[in-house]
Design a protein around this ligand. Structure first.
Ligand SMILES: *[C@@H]1O[C@H](CO)[C@@H](O)[C@H](O)[C@H]1NC(C)=O
Ligand SMILES: *[C@@H]1O[C@H](CO)[C@@H](O)[C@H](O)[C@H]1NC(C)=O
Ligand SMILES: *[C@@H]1O[C@H](CO)[C@@H](O)[C@H](O)[C@H]1NC(C)=O
Length: 420
């Protein structure tokens, strides 16, 4: 060592000094880059946030009020945005929040005292998990994208446009949709390259209803696909032989003047209430859709198949809250419901661009919980054909594989997260 150094010429010493300086400068630059990434939100932020349980702040969109885009009580609409980073900065997940509906003045007025009818009652920060997560391990395909959740305060799956003189309530979901999407385009989505419109429950229905509408608002070169989670509400016969959900939807659609905002391809030949049911519109939506739904959707079992009004004697009470309490004829009824769901997606699933994941679990909404979206086995994400939900949706979105997964009837699936 010493000998070598002593033998160095003056030029060699100068070169060595320059090399040392160069190394120091490059190292300094890396430290700076890492700091910058942490501030603007990259991998580092994801890891830090995951540990801290990611909370994303609300943005109240006051400018939308001028456009008549308001919650049921007249307060402004709102959204939560977690900006994308790195490779995801031109990609967007747009999530329409769910949370049921209301079908008359009394039930709607009740909701104005909650986050589902007024932005005054919305949480100022909400966690982003599952398909909304910023953690690469929890959300491998979409974690770096811009992720936005549009809050739900219209009670009509973002599709109504009416004002009730009698109750003083606003039903402006379609305007909330339009004003919020326009705002997102203005803050960067206009240069989006990839967009995933998603939502669960009433938001899953909204994602189907608005899928082609969003297509028309995005640049032609952008990829748009829509994921509906727990949104496949069926026009099914209930345990009393009636159609509880159809009559409920009739109230929503009529009161909120939803008809003009439903797909024309459906309202051309069917009544508006029928066109609020996905089974009557999914075959004519042009934009690719992925239907993720439990075949034994517990919301539908409790609220549309065996609601109290259809079960006055309460013979379904135990079964609808606990699948182990169902007798053979009740289970047969539920199997019939599953068969209707499978039949409802048959033609839809023939399109190459569509995706289907109908699993035989007693569940409702599976994309926004970390465990059901991408939890590791055992006890992780429900799987069909050995593929969990995040992987299935990602394979479909990016064209890595076709996903047309329909489970065998209950109880054959041992990967379920049963709710009841
Ligand atoms: C996205 O990232 C690229 C390079 O990583 C950068 O040039 C561009 O300005 C970014 N765009 C936005 C909207 O942040
Ligand atoms: C569900 O029903 C089964 C059988 O009737 C019973 O053993 C079990 O405790 C019930 N579970 C709950 C959570 O009530
Ligand atoms: C099963 O439940 C139904 C209610 O759906 C009831 O009418 C029937 O009597 C029950 N059957 C048996 C064998 O308990």
């Amino acid at each position: 060592m010493r000998m070598t150094a002593m033998e160095m010429t003056g030029v060699a010493k100068l070169l060595l000094l320059l090399l040392v300086l160069l190394v120091l400068v490059v190292a300094g630059g890396c430290v700076q880059a890492a700091d910058g990434e942490q501030m603007s939100g990259g991998h580092r932020r994801s890891r830090r946030r995951r540990a801290a349980d990611v909370m994303v702040p609300i943005t109240i969109l006051s400018s939308a009020v001028d456009k008549g885009a308001v919650c049921m009580d007249g307060t402004p609409p709102a959204y939560h945005l977690d900006p994308g980073s790195g490779a995801g900065n031109r990609s967007w997940v747009v999530n329409l929040e769910g949370g049921g509906w209301c079908n008359n003045a009394r039930t709607c007025r009740f909701r104005t005292g909650s986050r589902h009818g007024s932005s005054d009652h919305m949480e100022r920060r909400i966690p982003f998990t599952g398909v909304m997560s910023a953690a690469p391990a929890d959300n491998p395909d979409f974690h770096s994208w811009n992720r936005v959740k549009i809050r739900y305060c219209d009670s009509g799956s973002f599709a109504g446009d009416a004002f009730s003189q009698e109750s003083g309530l606003q039903f402006r979901g379609q305007r909330i949709w339009g004003a919020t999407i326009q705002h997102l385009l203005d803050v960067g989505m206009a240069s989006a390259e990839q967009v995933l419109l998603t939502g669960c429950s009433a938001g899953g229905l909204a994602a189907i209803l608005h899928c082609d509408q969003l297509r028309a608002l995005l640049p032609a070169a952008a990829t748009l696909k829509c994921l509906s989670d727990g949104g496949l509400f069926l026009d099914a016969v209930d345990v009393a032989g009636g159609r509880s959900l159809r009559s409920y939807y009739g109230g929503v659609v009529g009161m909120q003047a939803v008809a003009p905002n439903l797909p024309k391809a459906c309202t051309d030949h069917l009544d508006a209430t029928s066109c609020f049911f996905p089974q009557n519109i999914i075959n004519s939506v042009k934009t690719p859709i992925f239907l993720l739904n439990a075949a034994y959707d517990v919301w539908q079992i409790e609220q549309s198949l065996a609601p109290n009004a259809a079960d006055p004697a309460g013979v379904w009470r135990a079964c609808k809250f606990n699948r182990s309490s169902c007798n053979a004829s009740q289970m047969q009824f539920l199997q019939g419901f599953r068969d209707q769901m499978v039949a409802a997606v048959r033609a839809f699933s023939e399109s190459r661009s569509n995706g289907v994941f109908i699993n035989s679990c007693f569940a409702h909404c599976q994309s926004e919980l970390t465990a059901t979206w991408n939890g590791a086995p055992p006890g992780g994400s429900p799987a069909l054909q050995n593929k969990g939900i995040a992987k299935s949706v990602g394979d479909w979105y990016f064209g890595r594989a076709e996903v047309k997964a329909i489970d065998c009837p209950y109880p054959c699936d041992n990967t379920c997260h049963h709710i009841i």
